[in-house]
Design a protein around this ligand. Structure first.
Ligand code: MG
Length: 279
């Protein structure tokens, strides 16, 4: 890895930099400190909202862009990037580059689903923060942050009837939107993903800094598009001890960590920086 390139590390959060159960990043502390000493840009790239991610960016002392809601938008620090991203809009201390469709459009589609399908549909917009906190095992404050979604509408459908689900998929497609199924909810969103956001941000970073070497670190299938866009993809083992087989199939050249979650993250980043120091 040539030293005249800026090293950029795109990282997923849950199960990758953050422990899958406790959301702690203590195990990654020595790599995070090493990143601060090197010329490395650490870019958080998660399904979390801006309200959830901005406090973490600040706790970690990062002055770097971050990618929210599975690639829905990129937030860039104003003072570093204002002159470099004319297409972004000012948003407090940040510039925001929207890559997806706004939530109002998602809600139009959701209203159509409620009108057209013969089953109850409950979306996050219909629920109080207390209810979401209880359903998701979050504190009230965490639920309030998670609810500040800009580009994704989580909802549940009281049916597993294939006919209902296929009618639902057809309506979503008519709106030009995308549907993914998480553990508890369906997620309605625009045609964005982590890979498109990483591609767009890498382009901006090249404009701003010149040559870069991009690394991606993730643990699950929604990270595969991100891992496909970088020079060095790294797959962190899951709590079972195994890497996600679906990601390995999509990104067979990914480097697999020997440890789980943030312990694996720590090891992979320290290895990378040691390799860089050797030139
Ligand atoms: Mg993850």
């Amino acid at each position: 890895m040539a030293r005249d390139r800026l090293l950029v590390i795109y990282t997923d959060l849950d199960g990758t930099l953050l422990d899958a159960e406790t959301y702690a990043y203590e195990a990654a502390r020595s790599a995070l400190e090493a990143i601060r000493r090197h010329r490395v840009l650490l870019v958080l790239c998660s399904s979390k909202t801006r309200a959830e991610m901005a406090p973490l960016v600040s706790t970690l002392g990062l002055r770097a862009p971050f990618i929210v809601e599975n690639g829905g938008a990129i937030y860039l620090p104003c003072e570093e990037f204002a002159a470099w991203v004319p297409e972004a809009e000012p948003c407090g201390a940040w510039m925001r580059l929207v890559l997806s469709v706004p939530r109002a459009r998602l809600q139009e589609c959701l209203a159509e689903l409620k009108r057209s399908l013969p089953v109850p549909i409950v979306s996050w917009s219909d629920l109080a923060p207390e209810a979401i906190a209880e359903e998701c095992g979050l504190s009230l404050e965490e639920a309030q942050r998670a609810m500040q979604r800009e580009f994704d509408e989580p909802f549940r459908v009281a049916s597993d009837d294939p006919e209902v689900l296929s009618r639902m998929a057809a309506i979503v497609a008519e709106y030009g939107l995308r549907l993914t199924r998480g553990g508890r909810y369906f997620h309605l969103m625009g045609a964005s993903d982590k890979g498109r956001a990483v591609r767009a941000l890498t382009e901006i970073l090249r404009r701003r800094f010149g040559a870069i070497f991009a690394v991606g670190i993730g643990d699950s299938e929604n990270d595969a598009p991100m891992l496909a866009e970088v020079d060095l993809p790294i797959l962190v083992r899951r709590p079972s001890g195994e890497p996600d087989p679906a990601v390995l199939q999509l990104i067979p050249h990914a480097r697999v960590t020997s440890a789980v979650g943030p312990i694996g993250w720590n090891e992979a980043v320290l290895d990378l920086l040691a390799g860089e120091a050797r030139g």
